[in-house]
Ligand binder design. Structure first.
Ligand code: CU
Length: 254
């Protein structure tokens, strides 16, 4: 259902959509059941001539079971959601793929993304790395591990068609993974309120067919930012730098 609005492009997108669907079905079922009982009782026990209203204190087991039975059922459904969710969480967030094809670094700053591709050797911080601002390039079918960090405040790296969202934190390098399974160009968003430019902190991810990816990699300048495609904000904002003093500098001693 969700894929009719937003395509599923990563290998785990359908697992996440399944969880959303499961939770929607369970909560809607209970919502309609509760409303039906609620309005049914309003109708059944409406004011009637000659019938005095009864005071119910809720201690009678006959009355109390209207609370305890649904309560227990909700707990059972919670466990069902948990079993499925833990499974998906382990697969998406905790387990990295055994075979890693590529590693990229995702760097957030207010209000742009920049990316470091590992190049042909598959290793970061070597001479053949490719740096881009705003566009992340990956190969279709490759297990890509990303290392996310931020130069200033909390951001969140989100690729909606991958159903992927990962906070990136200044001073830390967080790791995640994905495998894109459909070639195309898709949105990257920041999904953590990070300041006035948060809403425009978007980028693109290009999922290449393997041959196209190799051609892009061969043509890309290595070891430097691609001209004209550098991050919007070239330098990180140092939030901890002392504010410039408004007082005029003391005159030098003679
Ligand atoms: Cu942000």
């Amino acid at each position: 259902m969700i894929e009719s609005i937003l395509p599923q492009v990563s290998s785990f997108a359908d697992d996440i959509d399944f969880l959303i669907g499961l939770i929607a079905v369970i909560t809607l079922l209970w919502f309609f059941a509760a409303q039906a009982i609620f309005f049914g009782f309003i109708f059944k026990f409406r004011a009637k001539p000659g019938v005095k209203a009864m005071y119910i204190d809720g201690y009678d087991p006959k009355h109390k079971r209207w609370i305890t039975y649904p309560h227990n059922a909700v707990l059972v459904f919670d466990v069902i959601i948990l079993v499925f969710a833990v499974n998906v969480w382990n697969h998406v967030k905790l387990d990295l793929p055994e075979k890693v094809d590529d590693t990229v670094k995702v760097v957030a700053q207010r209000w742009a993304w920049s990316f470091q591709h590992s190049g042909t050797d598959g290793k970061l911080d070597t001479g053949d790395d490719v740096f881009t601002g705003d566009v992340l390039h990956v190969k279709k079918g490759a297990n890509v591990v990303f290392i996310g960090t931020s130069r200033d405040v909390l951001h969140s790296f989100s690729v909606p068609v991958f159903r992927l969202k990962q906070d990136v934190i200044p001073g830390r390098e967080g790791t995640g993974w994905f495998r894109a399974e459909k070639a195309g160009t898709y949105d990257i968003q920041c999904t953590e309120i990070c300041g006035i430019g948060h809403g425009v902190m978007g980028s693109r991810i290009v999922v290449h067919e393997p041959a196209d990816y190799d051609a892009w990699l061969a043509a890309a300048p290595k070891g430097e930012a691609i001209a004209g495609n550098v991050p919007v904000v070239p330098k990180a904002i140092d939030l901890y730098a002392p504010a410039p003093s408004s007082k005029p500098a003391a005159p030098a001693a003679h």
